[in-house]
Design a protein around this ligand. Sequence first.
Ligand code: SFD
Ligand code: AMP
Length: 654
Amino acid sequence: MGSFGNPDLVEIETDILIIGGGMAACGAAVELMRWAPEGMRIRLVDKAAMERSGAVAMGLSAINTYLGEQDPKDYVRMVANDLMGIVRDDLIFDVGRHVDDSVNLFEEWGLPIWKQPGDEDKSLKEGGMPVRSGKWQIMINGESYKVIVAEAAKKALGMDRIQERIFIVKLMLDSNKENQIAGAVGFSNREDKIYVYRAKSILLVAGGAVNVFRPRSVAEGMGRTWYPVWNAGSTYAMAAEVGAELTMMENRFVPARFKDGYGPVGAWFLLFKAKATNGKGEDYLVKNKAMLDQYPPYGQSKVPATCLRNHLMMKEMREGRGPIMMRTDIALQTLAKQYEEEFGEKDAKKKIKHLEAEAWEDFLDMCIGQAGVWAGENIEPEVRPSELMPTEPYFLGSHSGCCGIWVSGQTDISPTEWCWGSNPPAPGADPGPQTATYTRMTTVRGLFTAGDGVGASGHKFSSGSHAEGRIAAKALIQYAMDNKDFVPTLPRTASELAEEIYAPVRNYLEHCNYTTAEDVNPNYITPKMLQSRLQKIMDEYVAGVGSFYTTNETLMTMGLAKLQELKIDSKKMRAKDLHELMRAWENYHRILAGEAHLRHMLFRKETRYPGFYYNMDYDFVDEVNWKCFVNSRIDPKTGEWVAFKRAHIDLVAK
Ligand code: SFD
Ligand code: AMP
């Protein structure tokens, strides 16, 4: 039996290793088991418990991607417009043509999906019409969304293929074969055990990155953010460390959210048709519309990009015309009036009550903290409006952002330069001839990703991430069958790996008696302190909330130097228990994700996403020179990080 500081070493061999238990992983799990040949070894590891892990942990109140009768090409157009033109049309189209099948499965597994009157008993598959909040979004009773999706994944895989509460720290390349994935190493956050996986292929789906930037919340409230605090940039950091090419890491998502509780706004804008106004009661989207003329063509679309909507809002805040208010009061009163006119006063009463319940349920289903703020501040949304606030930045590839990893496309829809398999492209180069191609494979052979991991392809949301996990799973099976004979060889022994992973524990055990206050010690730094230092650097130098999302090259260059020092000091993090050990490694992942973001921002000499961040040295969109992907790669041998351009191709006429 291992003990703290002296863990047991467990070595496991598998053909396919799934890292993460979120939407993409659950999608992959069900699809893998449909196609896997007899005897193929599959294993899934999640740092948490799958029923409540990842971004959907609290549940959701809408599925934001369901196409229904709509054309996947229009979906591509919408995503491209929202992400200021630079996206992989092929990957988005691919999600668009498959996503509804995942939504149908959710319903089959028991997820209640709102239906139009008269269609309540008809499933989507049977032609039941959903209640759409927006053009692409449908409403659900989604408090148990993740539980339902995880249950199906668990049932498909079987618990003997699943390990929960294992945090993966790093991936490893093969010691004999260049640029070939060979395994991963992690530790249990419940038992004194280190796990070393030898894997022929890996699906890395560990979500996005939260808490890289200083959040607006303070003190105990810091556990509260919009995206989940436990998504710590593991996907981006671990892929980058083994040399996978990243793409669009300069992109970030700064959502406008209900202040302090981080309640999402989609249902309010789209379903309840609420408007947001400045402190003087003016509709800033109308008032500041002319500002969008500077950003054609994206500013001229019927629905301006999310960053541009922020841009118009931020002007009001910067110039002292805050606070921004979501007019829940006007929206609900207007709907109540409509009901009275339509149904008469008596029948309308019941419908209005139902409407008010839906307003609360929107938050109770996916963001309980916001309902807590309303209750705590005595806010009745039908009477009093609520403040909105642009939040701290997040990194994600599945919601309204598109940072992530550069992956192979599908041969039937992608240009040849975006398709590879046995022969991944060198940085900035085309892949050349291939014997087989595998979609969603990164530029490291055998390493796949999906959901938040795939870059340049946002607006997948929960359903699209699940569907993309399934798409990747089919390619993984093909890859595993084509590479049956490969025997992965790890570059280091299990005990060497254990020493590295438990270094924060050693730091603690060796030095904890040096002082009487165990948090104050010249020989180590607590993970919490290190996180504060990272967040301060990112906030002040890399356009966080403190600098109202502005930065410049001088600031970023200084920030980069500070991050290098922080990386050195991160070796001094301590872990006084297994929970802190996880916090320590999460922070390490956050630093790398933050560094990737900063390096990409420095490389891109324009402000592609006004409203998400402003590089004040280049406060404009430059379609001539920068309508391209910015990609980067760490050389795993030297640690050198290079950024470069890749050409953008419009596959769907916009
Ligand atoms: O309201 C390791 N999302 C919404 N999607 C919708 O469809 N509708 C909505 O209503 C959405 N909204 C929303 C959303 C998310 C959140 C937090 C809120 C509101 C409050 C977005 C989706 O949830 C999101 O797109 C998908 O979940 C992304 O899927 P995926 O699989 O890429 O990530 P994940 O589900 O977070 O899972 C990550 C998994 O990795 C594990 N993990 N495991 C081992 N080792 C490590 N080092 C690990 N690091 C992480 C995690 O435990 C998890 O299992 S709204 O705002 O628009
Ligand atoms: P959110 O709650 O902000 O995460 O948004 C949920 C969904 O609604 C996403 O698909 C958004 O792109 C969309 N959305 C949110 N606000 C608006 C808006 N004002 N106009 C159009 N679409 C929006």
